[in-house]
Structures are given as C-alpha cells and as structure tokens.
Design a protein around this ligand. Structure first.
Ligand SMILES: [Zn+2]
Length: 117
C-alpha cells in the first residue's frame, strides 16, 4: 500500500519534473521555495505572489525613494541631458557654418587646422 501511495505521489502534477515557474524565494531552511509561482508572477502565494505592489501615491513615492541612487536616470535628468546635447549640436553646426563662410571669403586658410598640430 505504501509503495502505491508514493508512486502516486511521484505522478503529482507539480512534482520534481514539472516545467512551470517555481517560486524560488529563500525559505527559513535556506533552500529555494519550490511552490509553483502565481500566474504572471515570480513568487508563490506564500512569498508575495498575491501582492499587488504599491497602490497609493504615498506608497509609490516611498518605493521610488527606496530605489533612488543618484537621480541621473530620472525623466528630468534625461531631458536635461538631451537639451544640452541639442545645444551642443546647434553650436557645432553654427561653428561649421562660420568656418565655411570664413574659408569661402578667404579670411581663413583651408588648412588652418594644420597650424595647431
Ligand atoms: Zn514561495
């Protein structure tokens, strides 16, 4: 009877050969949790799979503050970087135009850069 019982257990739907997503949270024993993860989640119902995450504005702000490192990747910082890059492009373009005009009018020699080598 016992053999039949364990044989039946080996054919359990979520047994060791199950290919689905496992939870993997660290258990008190130190081993990864082997429960099936909840649909669309990485954790089982016991290890935060039921959590919907922060919902309120205060909760979201707290979460954002927890993950804040230096602010270089914030939307504002990225926009500022883009703005500065655009200004640089405009200045270089203007300098190219000035150089082209100066060379065309003969104020600047065509090989004027060579004297700085
Ligand atoms: Zn788990």
């Amino acid at each position: 009877m016992n053999d039949a019982f364990f044989a039946a257990g080996k054919e359990w739907e979520l047994g060791p050969d199950w290919l689905g997503q496992r939870c993997g949270a660290k258990t008190r024993k130190g081993t990864p949790c082997q429960n099936p993860a909840m649909k669309g989640k990485a954790r089982c119902r016991n290890h935060g799979g039921k959590s919907t995450g922060a919902q309120t504005a205060a909760g979201l702000a707290k979460l954002s503050a927890l993950h804040w490192k230096h602010g270089r990747c914030t939307k504002a910082a990225k926009a500022e970087t883009k703005r500065r890059a655009q200004i640089g492009r405009e200045i270089r373009s203007e300098l190219r135009d000035i150089e082209r005009d100066a060379i065309a009018s003969g104020t600047l020699a065509k090989d004027w850069r060579d004297q700085f080598k």
